[in-house]
Design a protein. Structure first.
Lengths: 237, 104
């Protein structure tokens, strides 16, 4: 039979104040895990709650057709008579030969806009296998609402960094209908682009940068030569 | 298979390795005064790798390390410096104290 006193002592032991080494390692774990987690939570909140419509300047759209096929036979994009028109934020892709499959890559706006963007919503007139936002080979996938025909792309702080570092100056919409899917491009395809965002402080930079500085201080305090008690040099153990 | 090998993102791999080593050393700091064999280290490595991948899926930690390593973001670079500093100090302490403690 274990005595009450023994249990009390064990509980006391378990909840005694941690030593410096434990505090330091706990702090390091919290810093490394919590900072990116906090940024991602703020990103989600910003994308959900602080969206206001923006009016970005659209560029004259350019279109690239990749891996096109018509009734299972590979064709060149030029053979499909594809043309593109932009009216405000509505992109219309016309074709004299509907029923084709492949990838249509349409450059629509300057990528510099992503700094202020939290969300891009693209409403498509028909369903496609995949719709991505791309810049210089970096793709961002979104969520699809089949009832509204809307693809929603929430841009996190990381995605914005990735987009800004690519060599391309423009942001493109990649619409893909894979050969094995039942989806094909119709004679008239419209894509309505809505951009949401706001001007805000670079919270991700501040949080991650401050965490880096704190980690450096932690590293310094974890050495045998520095301690929290000022400039006193620790005794070597 | 060849395509899969060609598309490996080495920066992400380094990010994953750095996070794994970081969590592994922190785990080792709690196992002080116990002689650790290669098998112990392999187990610690596997557990911390698993922990790092779970943390990645929730917080995108590897991506911040990639942004820091590539120099895209100054803040992320500072974060990577901090992490590397902690890894360096913990590894040094473990070596000098013969595995007794990672934080002094």
């Amino acid at each position: 039979m274990v005595s009450k006193r023994k249990i009390k002592n064990e509980v006391k032991k378990a909840f005694r104040l941690p030593n410096n080494a434990v505090v330091m390692s706990m702090m390091a774990v919290i810093l490394v895990c919590a900072a990116p987690a906090l940024v991602s939570v703020i990103d989600d909140t910003v994308n959900e709650q602080y969206d206001m419509p923006l009016s970005p300047e659209f560029i004259d759209p350019r279109i690239n057709s990749i891996n096109m096929s018509l009734q299972g036979e590979p064709v060149e994009g030029t053979d499909l008579g594809i043309d593109i028109i932009r009216e405000d934020n509505v992109i219309t892709v016309l074709s004299s030969t509907p029923g084709y499959k492949g990838t249509l890559s349409t450059f629509v706006m300057d990528k510099a806009i992503v700094k202020d963007v939290s969300k891009i919503v693209i409403t498509s007139s028909s369903e496609h296998s995949l719709l991505l936002i791309e810049s210089g080979g970096h793709n961002i996938s979104g969520t699809y609402d089949s009832d509204l025909g809307q693809y929603t792309f929430s841009l996190s702080s990381i995605e914005k960094h990735y987009i800004m570092q690519t060599a391309s100056d423009d942001l493109a919409i990649n619409v893909i209908d894979t050969p094995l899917s039942g989806n094909t491009f119709e004679a008239v395809e419209t894509f309505t682009i809505e951009v949401y965002g706001s001007v805000m402080i670079p919270y991700a930079e501040i949080i991650i940068g401050a965490t880096g500085a704190l980690l450096l201080i932690c590293a310094l305090l974890a050495t045998p030569w520095f301690s929290t008690s000022g400039i006193t040099v620790k005794r070597r153990r | 298979m060849i395509e899969a090998i060609a598309t490996i993102d080495y920066y992400t791999l380094v990010g994953a390795g750095m996070a794994t080593v970081f969590f592994g050393l922190l785990a080792a700091s709690y196992l002080r005064k116990k002689p650790l064999s290669a098998w112990h280290w392999m187990t610690i490595g596997a557990v911390s790798g698993f922990a790092a991948s779970i943390i990645q899926s929730y917080t995108q930690l590897f991506d911040w390390v990639v942004l820091g390593l590539t120099g895209v973001s100054t803040a992320a670079s500072l974060f990577v410096f901090g992490m590397a500093g902690m890894i360096g100090v913990m590894a040094y302490n473990l070596i000098v104290t013969r595995g007794k403690t990672a934080v002094r």
